[in-house]
Write a protein that binds this ligand. Structure first.
Ligand code: FAD
Length: 450
C-alpha cells in the first residue's frame, strides 16, 4: 500500500518507520521545515552546542518508545541510573527512588521536610492512594488531584516533597487542574509495567541530543527504504469516499492520493482536518477539552560548576510548579572547559511563560543561587530561553475516556498522537504507543480482503 503519514513528531515518525518495516510505501508530510515535532534540538552557534527544546526524561515503562529506538538503532543512548535527587533550599540533598532502600523510606513517609506525626499520616495516605488507584472509586474523575490528596489526608509537607511534583511530572499539569484519575491510571500503568519487567519504576535520560536520539536513525531508515519526506506540506483535509480513505489535500490545494492514512497531528491542530470523517464532531469536542500546558526551559551556559550531586535534581517546594535542573556534563559526558551547561525546566509554567527572556533568566539564576551554594557567584555566559506554550495537554475532571481511539469509522484511516487513547498521558510513550496501535489498524486493513 501507499501510506501517507501526516505529522513528523514522534507519533508520525514511529508510524512511518513501522509501516516501512512492514513493507509498505510511505510518504511523510510535515508542515514545518524539519521533523521532530515537540522533541527537537536547537543548534546554538554562539556556544557551538546543540541543546534541546526542553529536557525529556523517560520512565522505565516506556516500552513502545524503546521499540522505536530499537527500530532506529539508538536504544543505547538512554541511561536509567535508578535514582534522582531532591534538593532543598540551602543545598541539602536527598536521594529519591522507588526501589531498594529509597523506596522503603518513601513508603513509610520518610520524605524530605516531612516530620513527626506527618510521616505516619503520609504513610497512611500513600497506602490509601495506591489502594484507590488500583480499585478506583467512581468519583475519581469528578475531582482534581488536589482534592484527592485532601480527601485521603496527604500532609502538605509530603505534597511539597513528592506528590505535587509526581502529579505535575506524570500528568503535565498542576494538581488543582488535573483530574485525580489521570495520576491514578498512570500509577497503575507504571506498577503493571514494573511487575511485567521485574524492575522498579525509575526515570532515565538521553545521553545525546534529541535529534541524534530520534531523528538521525529514522532519517537513515527513510533513506534506505525510499520513504518520501515532504517538509512544509500542510495538510488541510483527510479525504474520504464511500467510507474509505482516498488521500489528503494540502493547504495549497494539491491532492496526495493514498491507500491508507495515519493522521498524527497534535491535539491543537486536528480541527478541520477530519471534516469528512463520520464522528469527527466527537473527536473535535474531545480536542477542545484537552487544553495546552506551557513548559519553559532555559539552557544556561555558566562560567563555573554549580555543584550538582546528581544528573537531575528536583527542587523541593516548587509552589505549584515543578522545577528541575539537569546537569548536561554528567548526562552527555560533556567537556566543560569552555562553559558549564545546565538546563532548567519549569512545568505548568503559566505565569513564567509571559515574562521576558531576561526576566526568566534572572528568575532561574535566583533559583539556582537559592538551592546551590556554588551558584552564588556564577556568571551567565549565555542564556537560551525556550518557551513552549503548547507542550503538553491538561486533562481536567470529567475528561476520562474522551480521548479518541486510533481506529476511526473510515477504512484505511487511523489517528495517532499523544492525545489519542493510550495507557499513558501526554508523553513520548503515549505518542509511540498510539503509533503502534495506529499501525496495527492499518496493517489489519491491508490484510483484509476488500
Ligand atoms: C518542553 C517539553 C518537555 C517534555 N518533557 C517530556 C518528558 O520529559 N517525557 C515525556 O515522555 N514527554 C515529554 N514531553 C511531551 C512529549 O514531547 C510529547 O508528548 C510528544 O513528543 C508528542 O509527540 P506527537 O508526535 O504526538 O506530537 P508532536 O511532536 O507535536 O508532532 C506533531 C507534528 O505534526 C505536525 N503537524 C501539525 N499539523 C499538521 C498539518 N496540518 N499537516 C502536516 N503536519 C502537521 C507538527 O508540525 C508536528 O511536527 C515534553 C514536551 C515538551 C514540549
Amino acid at each position: 500500500m501507499h501510506c501517507v503519514v501526516v505529522g513528523g513528531g514522534l507519533a508520525g515518525l514511529a508510524s512511518a518507520v513501522w509501516l516501512t518495516e512492514a513493507g509498505h510505501r510511505v510518504t511523510l508530510l510535515e508542515r514545518r521545515g524539519s521533523l521532530g515535532g515537540r522533541t527537537i534540538s536547537i543548534p546554538l552557534a554562539v556556544v557551538d552546542d546543540v541543546p534541546d527544546n526542553g529536557q525529556h526524561v523517560f520512565a522505565s515503562g516506556y516500552q513502545h518508545l524503546m521499540r522505536y529506538l530499537d527500530s532506529v538503532g539508538t536504544r543505547d543512548h538512554v541511561c536509567f541510573p535508578g535514582r534522582m535527587t531532591i534538593r532543598m533550599p540551602g543545598g541539602a540533598t536527598r536521594r529519591s527512588g522507588f526501589g531498594g532502600l529509597d523506596g522503603v523510606r518513601t513508603a513509610v513517609g520518610d520524605l524530605p521536610g516531612v516530620r513527626g506525626l506527618d510521616k505516619l499520616r503520609t504513610a497512611r495516605a500513600q497506602a490509601t492512594l495506591i489502594r484507590q488507584a488500583l480499585r478506583q472509586p467512581s468519583w475519581l474523575d469528578e475531582i482534581t488531584a488536589d482534592e484527592w490528596f485532601r480527601r485521603i489526608g496527604m500532609p502538605q509537607s509530603a505534597r511539597d516533597a513528592l506528590w505535587d511534583g509526581i502529579v505535575i511530572g506524570l500528568t503535565g499539569d498542576k494538581p488543582d487542574i488535573s483530574s485525580a484519575k489521570v495520576p491514578a491510571d498512570l500509577l497503575v500503568t507504571g506498577m503493571r509495567r514494573a511487575r511485567e519487567t521485574r524492575t522498579p519504576i525509575s526515570i532515565g535520560y538521553p545521553t545525546v541530543d534529541l535529534d541524534t536520539l530520534f531523528l538521525d536513525g529514522a532519517e537513515k531508515v527513510f533513506a534506505d527504504n525510499g520513504v518520501e519526506i515532504r517538509h512544509r506540506a500542510v495538510v488541510s483535509s483527510v479525504d474520504v469516499a464511500d467510507g474509505t480513505v482516498t488521500g489528503v489535500t494540502l493547504a495549497d490545494g494539491e491532492q496526495v492520493p493514498a491507500d491508507a492514512v495515519i493522521c498524527a497531528v497534535p491535539v491543537w491542530n486536528v480541527h478541520g482536518l477530519l471534516d469528512q470523517v463520520p464522528g469527527h464532531e466527537e473527536i473535535y469536542a474531545a480536542a477542545e477539552q484537552l487544553t495546552p500546558v506551557p513548559i519553559v526551559s532555559v539552557n544556561l551556559y555558566l562560567d563555573r560548576s554549580i555543584g550538582m550531586s546528581d544528573w537531575g535534581e528536583v527542587l523541593h517546594g516548587g509552589e505549584g510548579v515543578l522545577e528541575q535542573v539537569w546537569d548536561r556534563q554528567r548526562m552527555h559526558g560533556r567537556d566543560a572547559s569552555q562553559n558549564h551547561f545546565y538546563s532548567t525546566t519549569v512545568s505548568a509554567a503559566y505565569e513564567l511563560t509571559h515574562k521576558t527572556n531576561a526576566e526568566i533568566t534572572e528568575i532561574q539564576m535566583e533559583m539556582l543561587r537559592k538551592y546551590f551554594p556554588d551558584a552564588r557567584d556564577a556568571q551567565v555566559l549565555h542564556s537560551h530561553v525556550v518557551r513552549m506554550p503548547k507542550s503538553t495537554f491538561a486533562q481536567r475532571p470529567g475528561t476520562a475516556g474522551i480521548r479518541p481511539d486510533q481506529r476511526t469509522a473510515v477504512r484505511g484511516l487511523a489517528l495517532a498522537g499523544d492525545w489519542t487513547r493510550t495507557d499513558w498521558t501526554t508523553t513520548m510513550e503515549g505518542a509511540c504507543q498510539s503509533a503502534a496501535r495506529a499501525v496495527e489498524v492499518i496493517l489489519e486493513y491491508a490484510n483484509t480482503p476488500s
